[in-house]
Design a protein around this ligand. Sequence first.
Ligand SMILES: *[C@@H]1O[C@H](CO)[C@@H](O)[C@H](O)[C@H]1NC(C)=O
Ligand SMILES: *[C@@H]1O[C@H](CO)[C@@H](O)[C@H](O)[C@H]1NC(C)=O
Ligand SMILES: *[C@@H]1O[C@H](CO)[C@@H](O)[C@H](O)[C@H]1NC(C)=O
Ligand SMILES: [Cu+2]
Length: 351
Amino acid sequence: MNRLSALFISFLAVAPYVSAHGFLGQISVDGTPYRGNLPGKNQGSSPIRMVSDISPVKGTGNPDITCGLSAQPAALTVPANPGSNITFQWEGGQDGGSDWPHNVGPLMTYMASCGSTDCSNFNASGAKWFKVAQSGQKPGGSTWYQADIMQGDSYSVTLDQNLAPGGYLIRNEIISLQLATSQGGAEFYPACAQLNIGGSGNGQPQSTVSFPGAYSDTDPGIFTPNVYNPGFVYQFPGPALSNLQAVSFDTTPAVSIDANFASGVAAPSAAPSTAAAQSSAPAAAPSSAAPAPAPTSSAAAAPASSAAPVSGSSTASASSAKGSCRVRAKANATNPDRRRHFSRATRRTSH
Ligand SMILES: *[C@@H]1O[C@H](CO)[C@@H](O)[C@H](O)[C@H]1NC(C)=O
Ligand SMILES: *[C@@H]1O[C@H](CO)[C@@H](O)[C@H](O)[C@H]1NC(C)=O
Ligand SMILES: *[C@@H]1O[C@H](CO)[C@@H](O)[C@H](O)[C@H]1NC(C)=O
Ligand SMILES: [Cu+2]
């Protein structure tokens, strides 16, 4: 077999899995949503550190296990407080157009102080992380909280009431174990966002860990040959929950998707970008110095009837503030999971 056809065959073998990954698409702080950039696109300011690709991090010693594949510091550090509700919305596919694709394995959340450095300049490889939340198997053990994420739910944590003020990274991590019956098979999806905690707490985390360092490829929560056996009891990797653990954490119904979703552009609170997104999805592209993603370029000057560049195949007419909802609603026509997800989101959304 010549080299080209070997390559072609290996491409075919890999292709079906390519889209079965995802990324952290949005966080919300006490209900205020902040979009993240699509992986590898630099569309605008966000508190979510952009990763380069939707693929998982493999191997616990990989430096990308800190904040995700080639994660870049984010431009924004957004305000939060002790006791704030931080919600994470995971999405599937390169454009976030589908639900999170995996349902076996834990969700864990860590925080680390940025110290005296502004989080936008903070090198996360030096971070001292404390674990604030972890969700594994549901009662009964046969399903996982991650399966809720696959149904379109969000994950949320209520921060400790005594967190000391200052800049923090919050690291929400999904580990998908469907291939972890082999050592090295676990898929790590860490994602970091930058928070500036206010208030006057004085809690100091008692024991902290580093990434890489906190996990090993042979940990019983990472190499899980028995994960599909009845009665399997999951053992979380990493440290125990911190003294500054979250007050509560859970999977929760999807939060409303920020109006700028239709453009795929990060969605800071700034009014101008919201207005831009509402008049026409592609209009938000110029807010970034980066080249517009391909689907927007032909539509950049088009009026509101242009297609939102969500998947390149969408023909939804983003004619108003409903743009994002219409795009999302359209997606639900083909996938019953999405129907559940977005009927929930629609109930919660004001537009
Ligand atoms: C962050 O720190 C690590 C370890 O010291 C170093 O290898 C890396 O180059 C640093 N990254 C940046 C962007 O400075
Ligand atoms: C965070 O807020 C959302 C939306 O109101 C809610 O559904 C969720 O239960 C809250 N999370 C926690 C951990 O209380
Ligand atoms: C999406 O689902 C909602 C709720 O089930 C429904 O009202 C709406 O018509 C659906 N949208 C499309 C395009 O099918
Ligand atoms: Cu995947």
